[in-house]
Design a protein around this ligand. Structure first.
Ligand SMILES: Nc1ncnc2c1ncn2[C@@H]1O[C@H](COP(=O)(O)OP(=O)(O)OP(=O)(O)O)[C@@H](O)[C@H]1O
Length: 966
């Protein structure tokens, strides 16, 4: 606060804008505590859309804006003042003043709720003045101007006296401040007011605090109330810019923030004495203000600005070249109806004032200096002229004139002092600025060389980038080729997989066949069980039959004895009886032979048919198995061969592919990561250096800093673009590499899978080989066993047949011997009946023993047959154990069974037949045959006749003729 100046309210050269009305806003504060306790009601209604206010239903407006009780300080500032700050920086003069009844919130609106607030962030009740200063700083800092300066003044107008609230000294300064017209600048000058340069927001807040304290102290000293004084806070903004032609231009804008005294009725306030004077002067100012407003709105010839200091100070803001806003503050209380009404009327009148805002022309420094030096020169001339008049004897009239001149000289001296002060200040500013310029130029040169260096590096980087790009393109092409190869490999793998699937299907079919074989084996088992059951029942039946046969033989023998005995008694008929008996015996023997033969035939047929059935079935199974295994072996061999070939091919390709790809990928990765890291490092270093340079430059030279910042931003953008491009490329390469690696990995996995498949196939083949071997062994074993069993069966059968033949032969021989003996005996028995009886008895006994022997032999045979059959056991293999059923080998053809000897042969009928004679012997034969037929135990339709049937047949008469025919 070391500078003083004459505060000018105008600047010299201006650019006109269109004429505009003063903006008038109305703000209604909330009811305060006192009003509420007085049970006052709110009578103010605002319409924010129409921007009107109603007081007891009486409408006022429309105004530019209406702010109701809820409106915040920030909203008012943003709406009303913020746009004006831009204008101030652009070179306009702007004024915001608050008008209204005491206690309606003028000071609250202009300054805020607290005086110790450090920023609007700190306190939401912060008023227009601090917010405006903050805003100016923010806008200037973010603007592109070369240089700016802010000077603030803070004055108070009380009882038509001006008080500098920022002055270092107190009372004596009060006299210093004078308002006078500036004839050249067409404005008013507040002479001697402190214009304090501020560099930061905090400076302004400090000044505001100082001003508020000083205002308080003054109020105490002068026994005044702040509401009785007007305060004027002025912010002078000077912005220097460089034109495109390099000319330096200066813009000067000014913001006047005015907090008027309360507009209350002096009569109502009850002021007396000093207070009355005070109130009068307040009203003087306000009344003059009102008259000025009226004059301006009625286009009166004369506008009484000079009638009060307030209107003089606000002259340019009212009807002049300033952009002006007025905030009319209102109490909503019913108790303040009249004042509120008056305020609104006042505001409506003010709204009609038209201003013609003009922008102060940008003037060069030289012009300003020239103006100041012209003014100084003029003042000097005046002074010299005045001094030249000293020492001359002059008349009283002249003396008076001299006196007047002296006053004028004093005034001029004051003006000169003020001008010299300003000149000094500007000179200082200029020196300071020149110094700054010098530094800036140096810095600029330095920055330009760095910039050139950066350009060179940038060009190198571009070349490097192009090279890298080529490498990357090549790599991408290589990766494309690899990709194509990988796709081919995949196709081949897919084919291999299909082949493997076919193999799997074949193996599944094989296992189905194995299952079928198991089922066939089960059927074989069932068949064999049935065979065994049948054999068992046959043997049981044979045993029963043999017993029955033995019993019948015994009975027949007994009968024979019984029948022979009476014949023996009758000697004459002995021979016939013997013949008869012989025939009967022969018949019995034939019967026995026939039965035995049929038994043998049946047994042989059964065994043969079973063997044949069994053999056919098992042969079919064997054939199927053999065919299947042959086919399977062939198919497996083929598949295995194909698979092996394909796997070998895939392995070769993939190995070649991997060999091609791996070094390439490694090279790509190394190349790209190395170059990328290097470039990132270099770029980071460059950016850091540029940033460092930029920050260094920013401190010293804003202009160049801006350029450099722009360049830096561009460089950063380029670098970032480059970096992003590199990163993208790098990422895409890395992703491609990763994809390729994944492909290789998956190919390798597939190869491994294929190897697994191969292993499985090998093991399956091994299993199949094992199975084949097992099967061969099993077939061999089964064949051997079957051959063995067949041999055993044949052996049993042949044993049985041998025994039967032996029995037959022995029996035949015995019968023949017996018959021979009977023949001989029949010749002699006629004479020796007794001996014959004995012989018959012997013969009977021998026959009995023969029968017994036969029965025993049959029993032995059947037992042996049973044992043999039981010994025939099949081995079955459970298909679930992966072993196919045993296969019965091909049987050798059964030997032909020995036909039994016909009874006719035994009885010698053939000889008789050759003779063609029908003698006694033939008769006998027929009778025997008829007897045999009648008593035959075998029947083609009734294999095992019931005892009743046998008895019936026996009792039936023998029809020789019929039998003979048959
Ligand atoms: N819109 C508002 N919201 C909240 N409180 C307010 C508002 N307007 C004013 N006040 C409060 O009302 C009281 C009076 O306000 P202020 O001193 O600003 O009135 P003024 O018009 O400046 O009075 P004077 O003319 O006497 O200086 C203060 O305590 C202030 O905090």
């Amino acid at each position: 606060m070391d500078t003083t100046s004459n505060l000018t309210m105008t600047t010299r050269k201006k650019v006109s804008e269109a004429t505009s009305h003063i903006r008038v806003a109305v703000r209604i504060r909330p009811l305060n505590g006192a009003e509420r306790s007085d049970k006052c009601t709110s009578i103010a209604r605002s319409d924010k859309i129409k921007n009107t206010v109603e007081l007891k239903a009486k409408p006022f407006g429309p105004f530019s804006r209406v702010f109701d009780t809820d409106t915040t300080q920030a909203e008012i500032y943003a709406d009303l003042v913020s746009p004006q700050i831009k204008k101030v920086i652009a070179g306009f003069n702007c004024t915001v003043f608050a008008y209204g009844q005491t206690g309606t919130g003028k000071t609250f609106t202009m300054e805020g709720g607290r005086t110790d607030a450090k920023s609007s962030q700190d306190d939401p009740t912060t008023g227009i003045i601090p917010r405006a200063v903050e805003d100016i700083f923010e806008k200037l800092e973010s603007s592109k101007c070369e240089e700016y300066s802010l000077r603030v003044s803070y004055v108070e107008l009380y009882n038509e006296e001006l008080l500098d609230l920022l002055a270092s000294s107190d009372d004596e300064d009060r006299e210093r401040l004078r308002i006078f017209d500036d004839p050249h600048k067409k404005g008013v000058i507040v002479s001697g007011v402190e214009e304090v340069p501020v560099r930061s927001r905090s400076d302004v807040f400090k000044l505001l605090k100082t001003g508020a304290e000083k205002r308080k102290t003054a109020a105490t000293l002068m026994n005044m109330n702040s509401s009785r004084s007007h305060s004027l806070f002025m912010v002078n903004v000077v912005v220097r810019e460089n034109t495109n032609t390099g000319e330096e231009l200066v813009k000067q804008g000014k913001l006047n923030l005015v907090d008027l005294a309360g507009s209350e009725n002096i009569g109502r306030s009850g002021a007396q004495g000093n207070r009355a004077k005070e109130a009068g002067s307040i009203n003087q100012s306000l009344l003059t203000l009102g008259r000025v407003i009226r004059s301006l709105t009625t286009n009166a010839q004369h506008v009484p600005y000079r009638e009060s200091k307030l209107t003089r100070l606000l002259q340019d803001s009212l009807g002049g070249s300033t952009i002006t806003s007025l905030i009319a503050t209102l109490s909503p209380s019913s108790s303040n109806f009249e004042e509120s009404q008056s305020t609104l009327e006042y505001a409506m009148r003010a709204a009609n004032i038209k201003n013609k805002p003009v922008c102060n022309t940008k003037v060069s420094k030289k012009t300003i200096l020239k103006e100041y030096s012209d003014e100084i020169e003029k003042l000097r001339r005046d002074l010299r002229a005045a001094r030249e008049k000293n020492g001359v004897i002059i008349s009283e009239e002249s003396h008076e004139e001299f006196q007047r001149n002296t006053e004028k000289v004093n005034e001029l001296e004051q003006k000169l002092d003020s001008a010299v002060d300003r000149l000094r200040r500007y000179t200082e500013d200029l020196l300071y600025m020149d110094d700054q310029y010098k530094q800036l130029y140096e810095r600029k040169g330095e920055l330009e060389s760095r910039l050139r260096e950066s350009h060179r590096e940038y060009a190198e980087k571009v070349v490097e980038l192009a090279e890298t790009n080529d490498v990357l393109n090549k790599n991408i092409e290589a990766i494309g080729v690899m990709h194509t190869n990988a796709l081919k490999s995949f196709d081949q793998l897919l084919q291999s997989r299909e082949a493997a699937d076919e193999l799997t299907t074949d193996i599944a079919a094989f296992w189905r066949k194995v299952d079928d074989m198991g089922a066939a084996d089960d059927r074989n088992k069932d068949i064999f069980e049935a065979f065994r059951r049948k054999m068992t029942s046959f043997i049981e039946k044979t045993s029963l039959q043999a017993e029955a046969f033995a019993n019948d033989g015994r009975l027949a023998s007994e009968e024979f004895v019984h029948e022979v005995t009476p014949h023996v008694k009758t000697f004459g008929s002995v021979a016939d009886s013997i013949d008869q008996n012989s025939k009967e015996i022969q018949t019995s023997l034939m019967n026995v032979f026939q039965q035995t033969t049929e038994i043998e035939e049946n047994a042989a047929n059964t065994i043969n048919s079973l063997s044949n059935d069994n053999r056919e079935q098992w042969d079919a199974v064997l054939k199927t198995c053999v065919e299947y295994y042959k086919a399977h072996a062939t198919r497996s061999e083929e598949l295995s061969k194909q698979l092996t070939e394909k796997l070998a091919e895939i392995k070769r390709q993939v190995a070649a592919f991997a060999n091609d790809v791996r070094p390439l990928l490694t090279e790509i990765r190394n190349t790209t990561s190395d170059s990328f890291e290097k470039r990132v490092q270099q770029s980071d270093e460059n950016v850091a250096e540029v940033k460092k340079t930029c920050s260094g430059m920013a401190e010293t030279l804003k202009m160049l800093m801006q350029q450099v910042e722009q360049l830096s931003v561009k460089a950063e953008e380029n670098h970032e673009r480059q970096l992003i491009g590199d990163q993208n490329t790098q990422e895409s390469i890395l992703s491609t590499i990763n994809a390729a690696e994944n492909v290789i990995q998956s190919v390798e996995d597939v190869i491994e899978e294929c190897c697994d498949v191969k292993e499985v196939e090998d093991s399956a083949r091994g299993d199949l080989d094992d199975i084949d071997m097992d099967m061969e062994n099993a077939v061999k074993e089964a064949r051997e066993r079957a051959v063995e069993k067949d041999r055993e069966v044949k052996k049993v059968t042949s044993t049985l047949l041998e025994k039967a033949n032996a029995i037959r032969e022995e029996t035949t021989a015995q019968v023949e011997a017996a018959l021979g003996r009977y023949s001989t005996t029949s010749e002699t028995c006629r004479t020796t009946g007794e001996s014959l009886q004995t012989k018959v008895q012997e013969s009977s006994e021998r026959t009995m023993s023969l029968f017994t022997m036969f029965a025993e032999a049959t029993h032995i045979v059947t037992e042996e047959a049973t044992g043999a059959i039981n010994a025939v056991k099949m081995t079955f293999v459970d298909p679930s154990n992966n072993v196919p059923p045993r296969i019965i080998p091909e049987y050798p053809a059964s030997e032909k069974l020995v036909k039994p000897v016909e009874p006719e042969t035994l009885l010698g009928m053939e000889e008789d037949a050759e003779d063609g004679s029908d003698g006694e012997l033939a008769k006998k034969k027929r009778r025997v045959t008829a007897f045999v037929r009648r008593d035959s135990l075998l029947d083609s339709t009734n294999f095992f006749p019931s005892p009743n049937a046998i008895q019936k047949r026996r009792e039936a008469p023998i029809d020789e003729e019929e039998d003979t025919e048959n």
